[in-house]
Design a binder for this molecule. Structure first.
Ligand SMILES: CC(C)(COP(=O)(O)OP(=O)(O)OC[C@H]1O[C@@H](n2cnc3c(N)ncnc32)[C@H](O)[C@@H]1OP(=O)(O)O)[C@@H](O)C(=O)NCCC(=O)NCCS
Length: 405
């Protein structure tokens, strides 16, 4: 059922707190908006549904960039999707999603889903896997630290954005799936409200400097005092770790895996090709669990395909179906390689056909198109086209999303 009686509109700048309150109620947390939240609010990109004088649903898009294979591109970062409990299952989410996707100026939208059943119907698909670690520090046995020189230092939160931002930008050049952060966004990321710490310490910020003193890695982590029957059993939560050089990667992980009194370490945003598994003698003790992380939805197929680069030369005609965005339907000729790409509508016969979901899943190079051929969701019309296109869409480094937004 789709109930069309409620007005959908963009919010206004002074409606931030009402907007935030509605979403918080839908997610069941207490809304405590700050001036920084209000500064970051983009009212024209924040949709609300209204019943009388009550907000009953919300969805917003944030203007941020995202690393994709071979580049960094604008991507609508969709968040704050919520429908008041009294108004659920009347099609209001569906109306919000379809309006939002039609209005998105970027060629793709991305989100983190609270539940995997929600967004596939709107053309989204998981495009990056995440790996959660729950490390038993007594069993993991880290290899001795790599003697490459350099040192680890603590940094104050107020000094961190300026020091960490260039490293995150550099990571974007290396790994797809990483969202960019403006200076304001960095401040938001490093906010540390005591009520959100869950009994853990304030956030600790570490940087690594190479022998010449240049910053080449950082880690954000917290600790928690805990005492078990066998003695100290502190817990370490790693929130983010970025290392641009092997020395920094070894040193930061070694530091965190060997903290005194600690028995357990959690890290929620590892990549499927996370090198940490090589640095311990007992990777099973990392207790790795695969999770869905970033969902992608191509909103402008030819523009999105031309914005990324390809692992090998590709020249393929793809037939796309999209139930929501009319312009995405049709045949497109994609040509590209590691340096260039172009994608244009064509009348030529198709080599492959698929829906926008599969194309979105494969976009970051983290999911092979061949996976979807095995279930009939990608069809090969020209022998060899599936393998060649699967390899071209792949990427040497797996995508990872470092932050739930
Ligand atoms: C999830 C939520 C936004 C759905 O809103 P809604 O207005 O009830 O959704 P709709 O009525 O438009 O539902 C559209 C379809 O999605 C399905 N759907 C809705 N929520 C779903 C969920 N959580 N899991 C699986 N399917 C869901 C509906 O059953 C419906 O399917 P149908 O078309 O086959 O009948 C709303 O229930 C909510 O706010 N939940 C709590 C907050 C939340 O989870 N937000 C998402 C943050 S990522």
């Amino acid at each position: 059922m789709v109930n069309s009686e409620y007005e959908l509109r963009a919010a206004t700048a002074d409606e931030h707190d009402r907007f935030a309150g509605l979403f918080a109620a839908a997610m069941m947390f207490e809304s405590t908006p700050t001036d920084l939240d209000r500064e970051l609010f983009e009212p024209k990109r924040a949709l609300v549904a209204v019943d009388g004088d009550q907000f009953i649903a919300s969805a917003k898009a944030m203007s941020r960039d995202l690393s994709v294979p071979g580049g960094v591109v604008p991507a609508a970062h969709v968040t704050a999707v919520g429908v008041r409990a009294t108004h659920r299952r009347q099609g209001i989410l569906s109306r919000l999603m379809s309006r939002q996707l039609r209005e998105v100026p970027e060629a793709l939208a991305v989100l983190w889903a609270s539940e995997p059943g929600i967004y596939g119907r709107f053309g989204y698909a998981p495009a990056a896997w995440g790996v959660s670690y729950e490390v038993d520090l007594h069993r993991v046995m880290p290899h001795p630290v790599y003697r490459g020189g350099g040192r680890i230092e603590e940094v104050l939160a107020e000094d961190a954005p300026a020091q960490l931002a260039p490293m995150l930008r550099e990571l974007q050049a290396k790994r797809p799936g990483v969202s960019g952060r403006s200076e304001q966004r960095w401040r938001r990321q490093l906010e540390d409200k005591p009520e959100n710490r869950g009994g853990r310490t304030a956030r600790q910020i570490l940087v690594h400097r190479d022998e010449a003193g240049a910053l080449d890695g950082y880690a954000l982590w917290r600790g928690k005092l805990s005492w078990g029957p066998a003695g100290p059993a502190n817990e370490v939560t790693v929130e983010e770790l970025v290392a641009l050089e092997p020395t920094a990667y070894h040193a930061l992980w070694h530091h965190l895996l060997t903290l005194d009194l600690a028995a357990k370490l959690e890290y929620g945003n590892a990549a499927v090709d996370e090198p940490l598994q090589q640095l311990v003698s007992n990777p099973v003790a990392l207790s790795r669990r695969l999770t869905e992380s970033l969902w992608v939805r191509l909103t402008d197929v030819p523009r999105a395909l031309a914005q990324r680069r390809y692992a090998t030369g590709v020249d393929v005609v793809i037939e796309v179906t999209d139930d929501l965005l009319e312009a995405n339907n049709g045949r497109f000729r994609l040509t590209g390689d590691a340096e260039h790409a172009s994608c244009e509508p064509t009348e030529s016969a198709s080599d492959l056909s698929l829906s926008v979901n599969e194309l979105s899943a494969a976009y970051l190079g983290g999911r092979p198109l061949a996976e979807f051929a095995a279930t009939g969701r990608v069809t090969e019309h020209t022998p060899g086209a599936l393998s060649a296109t699967t390899v071209a869409f792949s990427w040497p480094v797996a995508p990872v999303s470092l932050e739930i937004f």
